[in-house]
Design a binder for this molecule. Structure first.
Ligand SMILES: *Cc1c(COP(=O)(O)O)cnc(C)c1O
Length: 404
């Protein structure tokens, strides 16, 4: 085989489709967020980031940065081992206590990322619970899909956010068959939110475990910020909550929380937990500081929701095609991969605004979009600039304003 031309040809196809991924080379600066320096064509430009998953700016927060700096100077860089072999530091132990308390669960378990938390937990449960059938929402994140796939447990996909369809699929199995329902609270590409209580009702009726990915909700929903399950008063009905410390918490790492024995089971059988070096202790300390701050400052969440609602309203007033979203995520439909990339390029080069294009396979073809994520730190002036820039780009490229 001519490997060289195979790789080159496949990459050329991606480019021709307009969905070759080009990374924006950024230099984040503490105290400046959401502004950053963009390195481009040998030059530097100051840009405003409008697509960060550092949803609350906590990656730059002095309490978080300070906690990490202190822990690094005291404990050094890396953990120095897997959790089992010398890599469990006191910062890890404290972080798992903080996470369990935040979610009002008996235990929590930290992984190197949210991706690994989903993959490992679903794979372990699917492999280790005899005859388990997994019921997965049609729009679940790739990390859950891969976890289910690698578990080789039978999988049934229910229509997105549709408890009736879930009920229909669960009814195909006797009540005694072990079952697990895997879904998300906030779906990050469309910004819609699952009917958690209704899904729990259906799961309970059929004796199924519930697994909820709150990656795009922790820090941002609920009085203490532990997610939509807290906001909706149904956290106690979720058997396993999973989330990341890489988004609103502003650090890195993932976790699950749940009953003691269930968490201990994943700790004891999960290959993706066992056979890898644990997170740096400094990161564990930073995540603890971030969760403490977020849980004590509900006003940040109020401001965050206000910013998102204001942006949606302003874009609609200008006839820009904002997609329906009931969360902090503001998706604007373009509907074509090439145009979406061009829109993003023009925003960056002409207006110094950075919004990454979202193309297939992250979203279905024909629904390519700009996914905008206002934070509590995006003020009115930045918003004026964004709205004017989008209008300019839409008219320059002739993108349909009524598309959504
Ligand atoms: C980002 C994401 C993950 C993975 O979390 P990381 O910590 O970034 O690996 C899991 N689930 C969903 C829904 C996500 O969007």
């Amino acid at each position: 085989m001519d490997y060289k031309s195979y790789f080159a040809d496949r990459l050329r196809d991606l480019r021709e489709e307009g969905r070759y991924r080009v990374f924006c080379d950024l230099e984040r600066r503490t105290g400046k967020f959401p502004k950053a320096i963009n390195h481009r064509d040998g030059e530097t430009h100051e840009v405003t980031i409008w697509c960060s998953n550092d949803y609350m700016g906590m990656g730059m927060h002095p309490e978080v940065v300070g906690a990490i700096a202190d822990a690094v100077s005291q404990c050094g860089a890396g953990a120095g081992g897997t959790r089992n072999i010398s890599g469990t530091t006191h910062h890890h132990v404290m972080l798992e206590e903080v996470l369990a308390d935040w979610h009002q669960k008996e235990s929590a378990l930290v992984f190197t990322s949210g991706y690994v938390a989903n993959l490992t937990t679903l794979m372990t449960l699917g492999q280790q619970i005899p005859d388990l059938v997994i019921f997965s929402d049609a729009l679940n994140h790739n990390s859950m899909i891969e976890g289910v796939r690698h578990s080789r447990a039978p999988k049934k996909i229910f229509r997105h956010n549709d408890p009736a369809d879930l009920d229909r699929l669960l009814s195909e199995y006797p009540k005694a068959t072990p079952k697990l329902v895997a879904f998300e609270s906030v779906y990050s590409m469309d910004g819609d939110i699952a009917p958690i209580a209704d899904i729990c009702d259906v799961a309970e009726k059929h004796g199924a475990l519930t697994f909820l990915d709150e990656v795009h909700a922790v820090g941002m929903y609920g009085e203490r910020g532990s997610g939509v399950a807290e906001r909706d008063g149904v956290a106690d009905r979720i058997d396993i909550v999973q989330a990341t410390m890489g988004k609103a918490i502003g650090c890195i790492g993932g976790y699950i929380a749940g009953d003691k024995d269930l968490v201990d089971f994943v700790r004891s059988f999960g290959a993706g937990f066992i056979f890898t070096t644990s997170l740096p202790p400094g990161i564990a300390a930073g995540a603890c500081a971030s969760i403490k701050h977020l849980s004590e400052h509900n006003e940040l969440r109020i401001r965050h929701q206000e910013r998102a609602a204001t942006l949606k309203r302003r874009l609609r007033e200008m006839n820009l095609p904002v997609m329906d979203s009931v969360s902090h995520i503001v998706p604007v439909l373009v509907g074509d991969a090439g145009l979406c990339k061009q829109a993003s390029d023009l925003l960056l080069t002409r207006h110094h605004i950075y919004v990454q294009p979202i193309n297939y396979p992250t979203v279905p073809r024909g629904t390519e979009r700009l996914r905008i994520t206002p934070t509590p730190l995006h003020d009115d002036e930045l918003m004026d600039h964004l709205v004017a820039a989008l209008l300019d780009v839409w008219s320059t490229l002739g993108i349909n304003q009524q598309a959504a």
